[in-house]
Ligand binder design. Structure first.
Ligand code: FAD
Ligand code: NAI
Length: 470
C-alpha cells in the first residue's frame, strides 16, 4: 500500500495552485487540489483578473460611444447603459473559465477536494472533514484585501466596498472615492468613471502606481486627470462614517496637517493585498511567516519544512497571476525531480486601463541605482505614441515607449510602455530581455507596419540616438 494518498496535494486552486496541480499530474504524479471556494480559479478567475477585465472591456466600449471617440470616426450613437447585462456578461466570462479549470482537472485526473485545508503535520492535511496525506504539499493559498483601519468594508451594503464589491455594484455611484491609486484603484475606478461616476482617487504617495517607472507614474496622473478623475495625491484617509447610503471620509495630508471631509456614495478600499495563511495550521508544521505575512521559500520554491513548497501571492514577489502560474509550473517540475526555474527579474506588469500601462525589468531609477548612482552608465530612448502611425490613425495619442539600457553593453534593462495595447506589446520586450537583447538587436528587428509595436523599435532606435519618426 502506498505510504501517502497522493504524491502531491496543492492547497488553493488559483492560477498558482491549479496550474501546479495540472503540471504535476501531467508529469505522472498522483495529484489532488484542495480549494475552499465552490469554484476553481482562485482570486484571478472569480473576483480578480477576469471579472475586472470583463468590466473594463465593456465599459471601454460604453466610453468610446459616449465620450465622442466613436463620433470622431463617423459613428454617431447615443449609448444606453444596461448594467445588469454588463454584469451578466462578466459572470458568464467567469463561469466559462472556472468551469474550464474543472474540465482540465478531470482531463488530467486531478482530484478536487472542496473545503478549507489545515495542516495536521507536514504530510497530513485536513480538508473539511476529510484527512488527506501527501508526500509533497504545495501551498498556493493566495492573498486577500488588506483592510484599512477605520474604514470598514461591507460589500453587501455597496457603500464601502473592496475590489470584490466594486465589481458587483448594482448602480453607477454618483460620487466614488477610491482609496489607493494603485492597480486596483485605477482599473476599477476607470470602470465606474467611464460609466458616469465622478471618481476621486486618494493616494498616500505623491504619485500613482508605485513600482512603475517615474516617467510612467507622472504621465499616469496627467492621463487620468484628463479622463476626468480627481487625484488627491500625498493624502491619507483617517476615518469613515456611513449613514444610510452615504459615506463621509476624513482626509489629511500624508505629512500631517489640517483635516477635511469628503462625501461619497461609494468608497473603494484598494490599498494592497496580504497573503492568506490564517487557519492553514502553519504552526502545526513549524513554519513561520515573515514580517509581511509571506511564506519564505528558496530558489526552488521549497519552504524550510521538508516536502512543503509554496508559490504565488502567498510568497514574496509581485502579486500577479502570471507570476503565480509560472511558479506553479516550475514548482511542480521541481517536485517531480526536474529543474523548474522562474526568472523573477523579468515578470511583466500591466495595468489594463485606457491606455494600458506596462513594464518589465528595471525602472530608470532602479537602473541608475544598480550602476552605483552613475547616470552616465544608463542610456534611455523614448518614443511618443503620438508619432506612431497606427496609434495616431486610431485616435490614441497618449503614451510612449521607454527603453532603458546599460550604456556600456547596450543590454536592455527595462522597457515601459503606455499605449492602448501596451499589455500585448510588453510580451515582445520581455522575450527580447529573456534572450539578453541589446537595444540595437531590437532596433534592427523588422516590425510589421502599421503596428503599435513599431514604437518599441523606434524607442530602441532612440537609445541608439537615431529614431526615424521624431
Ligand atoms: P489566488 O488566486 O488568491 O488563489 C488562492 C486560492 O486558495 C483561493 O481560491 C482561496 O479560496 C484558496 N484558499 C486559501 N486558503 C485556503 C485553504 N486553507 N484551504 C483551501 N483553499 C484555500 N493579476 C494579474 O496578473 N493580472 C490582472 O489583471 C489582475 N487583476 C486583478 C484584479 C483584481 C480585482 C484582483 C483582486 C487581483 C488581480 N490580479 C491580477 C492579481 C491575481 O488575482 C493574483 O496575483 C493571483 O490570483 C494569485 O494567484 P494565487 O494562485 O497565488 O492565489
Ligand atoms: P497596490 O499596491 O497596487 O496599490 C495600493 C495603493 O494604495 C498604493 O499606491 C499605496 O501607496 C496606496 N495606499 C496604501 N495605503 C494607503 C492609505 N492609507 N491611503 C491612501 N493610499 C494608500 O494594491 P492594489 O491596487 O490594492 O492591488 C493589490 C494587488 O493586486 C497588487 O499587488 C497588484 O499586483 C494586484 N493586481 C494586479 C492587477 C494587474 O496586474 N492588472 C490588477 C489588480 C490587482
Amino acid at each position: 500500500m502506498a505510504e501517502y494518498d497522493y504524491d502531491v496535494l496543492v492547497i488553493g486552486a488559483g492560477p498558482g495552485g491549479y496550474v501546479a496541480a495540472i503540471r504535476a499530474a501531467q508529469l505522472g504524479l498522483k495529484t489532488a487540489c484542495a480549494e475552499s471556494r465552490d469554484t476553481l480559479g482562485g482570486t484571478c478567475l472569480n473576483v480578480g483578473c477576469i471579472p475586472s477585465k470583463a468590466m473594463l472591456h465593456a465599459s471601454e466600449y460604453f466610453n468610446a460611444a459616449s465620450n465622442g471617440t466613436m463620433a470622431e470616426m463617423g459613428i454617431e450613437v447615443t449609448p444606453k447603459l444596461d448594467l445588469d447585462k454588463m454584469h451578466a456578461q462578466r459572470r458568464d466570462a467567469v463561469e466559462g473559465l472556472t468551469k474550464g479549470v474543472a474540465f482540465l482537472f478531470k482531463k488530467n485526473k486531478v482530484d478536487w477536494k472542496n473545503g478549507h485545508a489545515t495542516f495536521q503535520d507536514a504530510h497530513t492535511v485536513k480538508v473539511g472533514d476529510e484527512t488527506v496525506t501527501a508526500k509533497n504539499i504545495i501551498i498556493a493559498t493566495g492573498s486577500s484585501v488588506t483592510p484599512l483601519p477605520g474604514v470598514e468594508v461591507d460589500n453587501d451594503k455597496q457603500v464601502v466596498v473592496d475590489s470584490t464589491g466594486a465589481l458587483e455594484l448594482n448602480a453607477v455611484p454618483k460620487k466614488m472615492v477610491v482609496i489607493g491609486g494603485g492597480v486596483i484603484g485605477l482599473e476599477l475606478g476607470s470602470v465606474w468613471c467611464r460609466l458616469g461616476a465622478q471618481v476621486t482617487v486618494v493616494e498616500y504617495l505623491d504619485k500613482l502606481l508605485p513600482g512603475m517607472d517615474d516617467d510612467v507614474r507622472k504621465e499616469a496622473a496627467k492621463i487620468f486627470k484628463k479622463q476626468g478623475m480627481e487625484l488627491r495625491l500625498s493624502t491619507k484617509v483617517t476615518g469613515c462614517t456611513v449613514k444610510g447610503k452615504k459615506a463621509t471620509l476624513t482626509l489629511e495630508p500624508a505629512a500631517g496637517g489640517d483635516e477635511e471631509t469628503l462625501e461619497a456614495d461609494c468608497v473603494l478600499v484598494s490599498i494592497g493585498r496580504r497573503p492568506n495563511t490564517d487557519g492553514l495550521g502553519l504552526e502545526n508544521i513549524g513554519l513561520e511567516t515573515n514580517q509581511r505575512g509571506q511564506i519564505e521559500i528558496d530558489h526552488d520554491f521549497r519552504t524550510k519544512v521538508d516536502g512543503v513548497w509554496a508559490i504565488g501571492d502567498v510568497v514574496p514577489g509581485p502579486m500577479l497571476a502570471h507570476k503565480a502560474e509560472d511558479e506553479g509550473i516550475a514548482c511542480a517540475e521541481n517536485v517531480a525531480g526536474q529543474t523548474g526555474i522562474v526568472n523573477h527579474d523579468l515578470i511583466p506588469g500591466v495595468v489594463y486601463t485606457w491606455p494600458e500601462f506596462a513594464g518589465v525589468g528595471l525602472t530608470q531609477e532602479e537602473a541608475i541605482e544598480k550602476m552605483g548612482g552613475d547616470k552616465s552608465k544608463v542610456k534611455v530612448g523614448k518614443f511618443p505614441m503620438m508619432a506612431n502611425s497606427r496609434a495616431k490613425t486610431n485616435h490614441e495619442p497618449d503614451g510612449f515607449v521607454k527603453i532603458i539600457a546599460e550604456a556600456e553593453s547596450d543590454r536592455v534593462l527595462g522597457v515601459w510602455a503606455i499605449a492602448s495595447v501596451a499589455g500585448t506589446m510588453i510580451a515582445q520586450a520581455t522575450q527580447a530581455m529573456e534572450f539578453g537583447a541589446t537595444s540595437e538587436d531590437i532596433a534592427y528587428t523588422c516590425h510589421a507596419h502599421p503596428t503599435h509595436s513599431e514604437a518599441i523599435k523606434e524607442a530602441a532606435m532612440a537609445v541608439q540616438g537615431k529614431p526615424i519618426h521624431v
